[in-house]
Design a protein around this ligand. Structure first.
Ligand code: AQP
Length: 332
């Protein structure tokens, strides 16, 4: 069986360290382990929270640059923009017609994003998971690398695939597997260790942007919330200390060490001292990525060509699969 990865990021704001560690970096580690990789910039999903989608064009190109600068070769892999492939929305419509509203109502992201007044929430936000299922299944992707927060949507995708297969009485779609990487699955806000780092957080100090310069990275880490206790010598000492755990975890990731070893190495030290080391490690890792991103963004023509190459392949695969879907639905 051909193994095919599909994943994407919404161009809703400043792409950040959580998106990089939770998504892009884990994609890069899988590039040689599967037959085919498709990476999408899901601009139509960005419109589900319209207030975050104001700089759609700029954010879309920045995410494309982030993918490439992080190590995704746009020639060997396929990087494209969701709205350049019309088959996503066509398939999403068929899925809307076989997905019970109860399934969508249970999605925790909808509950979080819709807030208290669900009647005022937009239909697009409600049916977002059906479009996400279409993003994945339009390519018959077998594996979907995502952060912990998106696991429920991939599980729903499997349910939708099965519901469609039952409806047409044929095994048209595979059941894609989520791939969730342990230690980077959830990077937390620098201001509140109980909330995930997120583009939509109103505070820029809650996250590190991939385009932040070195001084800004250092400042954000210096200002990151911690507690008054020194660093414990073992992981158990991090219980109920989410901010401390998050920063130590980041250091472990950037220095390719275990969290346990970081605790041992910094036992008894104060966070003021540790933060300097963390800032150095972060700048060393992100600096080259930022420089490459800036280089790519300065040459928009080449960047658009990479996206065109990606969408040509995506359209060819999507077109063939949608033909099969329409036949299965008994359309003329
Ligand atoms: N804090 C995070 N830690 C680990 N992974 C994360 N991801 C997002 N935040 C973290 C992963 O990034 C991928 C793309 O996310 P997205 O932009 O499509 O949607 P999101 O999860 O809603 O991301 P944000 O940053 O929180 O955006 P807003 O604020 O606009 O909702 C996904 O694989 C996600 O798991």
């Amino acid at each position: 069986m051909t193994t095919r990865i599909l994943s994407g990021i919404r161009p809703t704001g400043h792409i950040h360290l959580g998106n990089y560690l939770g998504a892009i970096r884990s994609w890069v580690s899988m590039l040689n382990q599967v037959d085919e990789c498709l990476f999408c910039i899901v601009d139509q999903h960005a419109l589900t929270t319209a207030e975050d989608a104001k700089d759609l064009r700029k954010n879309t190109l920045t995410i494309a640059a982030a993918y490439i600068a992080s190590g995704i070769d746009p020639i060997k892999n396929h990087i494209f923009v969701q709205s350049h492939v019309p088959y996503h929305t066509e398939l999403a419509w068929y899925f809307n017609c076989i997905t019970p509203m109860g399934w969508l109502s249970r999605m925790t992201q909808f509950k979080d994003k819709a807030g208290k007044n669900k009647d005022q929430a937009m239909t697009g936000l409600f049916v977002y998971p059906a479009l996400m299922a279409a993003d994945i299944l339009v390519y018959k992707a077998t594996h979907v690398p995502v952060g912990e927060d998106q696991k429920q949507h991939v599980e729903l995708t499997r349910d939708i695939a099965q519901a469609f297969n039952n409806y047409v009485g044929a095994p048209v779609f595979p059941h894609p597997e989520p791939i969730i990487k342990g230690e980077t699955a959830r990077i937390m806000s620098l201001r509140d260790g109980t909330k995930k780092m997120s583009k939509s957080d109103p505070s820029d100090y809650s996250r590190i942007h991939l385009l932040d310069d070195n001084e800004t990275i250092q400042l954000k880490i210096r200002k990151a919330k911690t507690d008054a206790e020194p660093i414990p010598g073992e992981i158990d000492g991090l219980q109920n200390r989410p901010e401390a755990r998050n920063l130590l975890n980041l250091y472990a990731i950037f220095t390719s060490t275990s969290l346990e070893k970081v605790c041992q190495d910094f036992e008894g030290k104060l966070f003021s001292e540790f933060k300097l080391k963390l800032a150095d490690a972060t700048v060393a890792h992100l600096g080259p990525i930022r420089e490459k991103m800036l280089e790519l963004l300065a040459d928009e023509t080449s960047l658009l060509q990479y996206l065109k190459k990606g969408s040509d392949t995506a359209n060819a695969v999507g077109s063939a699969h949608l033909k099969e879907v329409r036949q299965a639905l008994n359309m003329v």
